[in-house]
Ligand binder design. Structure first.
Ligand code: FPP
Length: 251
């Protein structure tokens, strides 16, 4: 199994080169929906609803810019601490997003993916997600990955359990386990290496998102609240990314 660096090299060859925007994989911590609503004296739901519009705008812009993969943090494994009504609102918005947008995503050749322990969501939503992922699985276009019930530590624990099971079964020697085996056991195994991690709303932390994958990703923090994010904001982030000198520990 290839390492992230060799996966990158192989991927670059397979796709000719990185996209015109300089990155293959961008991930976003979509933060600030509640503050956006509060500023307008609206309920938090209005912020999340406007957040879905920002998802649509940003996903379209990412496709137009030639990004291979956009990963969005929609619901974390810690978001269960929110009031039940807000959790239900978020799940309802997600369901309606899939129902309303799947045709367009499929027509645009998008591959819809989900990372995180989404099987723990309610069975009807899990079935909807599985159908949507299966319907777009053979597409050859960009990947839209939604992180649902996702937590990086949970993902790593599940990866360790998988590898430990392989070791217990004798299919891998503990001494032979390397970073590429961990890469392969993560939910992101089939996604390109992460280039850029964006967080909106002025907060500057990773909040248990893609901690392993972000080892050499560039970080970009913007004060823009997620419902105000759009193609222009994405372009600004990618412009900043292009100025970064990525050395991967070298010179
Ligand atoms: C953080 O804002 C945002 C979330 C926890 C949910 C993000 C979800 C969406 C944008 C909608 C559903 C997504 C898809 C893919 C259809 P916050 O509520 O923590 O904001 P605050 O920090 O200002 O209170």
């Amino acid at each position: 199994m290839a390492t992230q660096a060799s996966t990158r090299a192989a991927g670059d060859l397979a796709h000719g080169s990185v996209s015109a925007c300089g990155a293959r994989h961008v991930a976003i911590i979509m933060d600030g929906n509640g503050r956006w609503a509060k500023k307008r004296l609206l309920p938090r739901f209005a912020g999340h609803k406007a957040g879905v519009e920002a998802v649509r705008r940003t996903a379209r812009a990412a496709r137009e810019m030639g990004l291979e993969c956009l990963t969005l943090y929609a619901f974390s494994s810690e978001n269960w601490k929110r009031p039940a009504s807000e959790i239900a609102d978020l799940m309802g918005l997600l369901r309606r997003f899939i129902e309303a947008d799947l045709d367009e995503l499929a027509a645009e050749d998008v591959q819809l993916r989900v990372i995180g322990n989404y099987q723990a969501l309610e069975p009807a939503l899990v079935a909807l997600i599985d159908d949507a992922v299966a319907r777009t699985a053979a597409n050859g276009g960009p990947i839209l990955a939604i992180a649902l019930n996702y937590g990086s530590q949970d993902e790593m624990v599940r990866a360790v359990q998988r590898i430990a099971a392989q070791a217990a079964a004798g299919s891998i020697a503990p001494d032979a386990i390397d970073a590429s085996d961990v890469d392969a056991a993560l939910d992101t195994a089939d996604l390109p290496p992460l280039d850029l991690l964006i967080r909106t709303s002025g907060e500057q932390r990773l909040s248990n998102f893609l901690l392993w994958q972000a080892a050499y990703a560039e970080l970009y923090f913007t004060d823009t609240l997620w419902p105000d994010f759009d193609g222009t904001a994405l372009r600004q982030a990618l412009d900043a990314f292009r100025t970064r000198d990525r050395r991967y520990g070298g010179l």
